[in-house]
Design a binder for this molecule. Structure first.
Ligand code: AHM
Ligand code: MG
Length: 333
């Protein structure tokens, strides 16, 4: 079988299908190279002294791990000089990072969660990188937060890397979803799955059940019914999984179906959820929809939400279509 590298795949998309241009191709290649560098750093772990806390906090008041900071630096440095970006925004930075004046500017905005699932780093469980690409609004030369506040439906590309037993890169350009596996010997990402589809029905769900007492009634009702199994209203047993790395949970759903929920809860009523809209929920929602699944906050399609803040949080329910629609119906009831 012909091995198709990420670079070949992108060049083919550009040449034959006109789905991307040279700048977007460069952007994806650069992000993939940064993910490779992050994967190598993670693989060294304690040998390189990079586990543990960084002794700092990010804009959301969360303690940063050394690898959060290292991954953020890797992505910034890799993407600064290529001329494909107008600015970058990250979970780990209060405001957008501007492209230094000595480099040319491009038309794209890049957003990322450099290391998703940070609580899993020190225990050697899968973590990942999530990214989203938007177009810079016309006439904007120094993009501030406002330039990034576009609904997820405006994304031109989204993807994630999972650093697990293998390192994978999953990508959508708005024409389906492709998955690449890092060949550690040649250093190339190789296309290993194309046109991924999430089964519409599933027997598997993912939620942090320790928050149960804080959930809103529609979510409580949905999970109660799943937990009741064969003897309950659904008439069958369901299985539960929770990795606590969104990338790993979403990747499982992309592979064999399932529904993922991080609902709004009353633990901290000021927060609309735990996950961040711009660089966690939006890219994942784009990928999931492109694979035939659905993504909602319970009341509204994630990709339709007009953002008001760069780091805003949102409830997330995504995965197999029929289950996501059921949860939405419970919210509407
Ligand atoms: P992070 O970006 O700070 O790592 O937080 C996001 C992570 C998600 O990957 C995961 O789904 C969730 O937080 C886990 O939350 P919890 O610790 O409540 O299980
Ligand atoms: Mg995250």
């Amino acid at each position: 079988m012909r091995r198709i590298t990420l670079m070949q795949y992108l060049i083919e998309q550009e040449r034959q299908r006109d789905w991307i241009n040279a700048d977007l191709r460069l952007l994806i290649e650069v992000v993939s190279r940064a993910c490779k560098a992050i994967s190598i750093a993670i693989g060294k772990g304690d040998l390189a002294g990079i586990l543990g806390g960084a002794g700092s906090e990010n804009v959301q008041g969360e303690a940063q791990k050394k690898l959060d900071v290292i991954s953020n630096e890797i992505l910034l440095e890799a993407n600064e000089w290529g001329g494909h970006l107008a600015a970058m925004a990250s979970e780990e930075m209060d405001h957008p990072h501007q492209i230094p004046h000595r480099f040319p500017r491009g038309e794209y905005l890049l957003l990322f969660d450099p290391l998703d699932g940070s609580s899993n780093i020190d225990v050697n469980i899968s973590v990942g990188t999530i990214f989203s690409v938007l177009r810079c609004p016309e006439g904007v030369t120094e993009p501030s937060d406002a330039a990034f506040l576009q609904p997820g439906a405006a994304q031109v590309c989204a993807g994630y890397a999972v650093y697990g037993p293998s390192t994978l890169l999953v990508l959508t350009l708005g024409q389906g979803v492709a998955c690449f596996t890092l060949d550690r010997e040649t250093g190339s990402f190789i296309l290993t799955k194309n046109a991924l589809r999430i089964p519409e029905d599933t027997g598997e769900f993912a939620i942090n059940a320790s928050n149960m007492r804080f959930w809103e009634p529609p979510v409580k009702r949905y999970i109660d019914e799943l937990m009741a199994g064969k003897g309950g209203p659904r008439g069958r047993d369901f299985n539960m999984r929770w990795v606590a790395s969104m990338v790993a949970d979403v990747h499982r759903i992309l592979t064999r179906g399932g529904v993922f929920l991080y609902p709004r809860d009353t633990k901290d009523p000021k927060k609309a959820g735990k996950l961040r809209l711009m660089y966690e929920a939006n890219p994942m929602a784009f990928i999931v929809e492109q694979a035939g699944g659905a993504a909602t906050n319970g009341r509204e399609r994630i990709l339709g939400i007009q953002p008001t803040e760069l780091h805003q949080r949102v409830a997330v329910i995504l995965g197999s279509k029929n289950e996501v629609e059921r949860v939405s119906a419970y919210h509407a009831a």
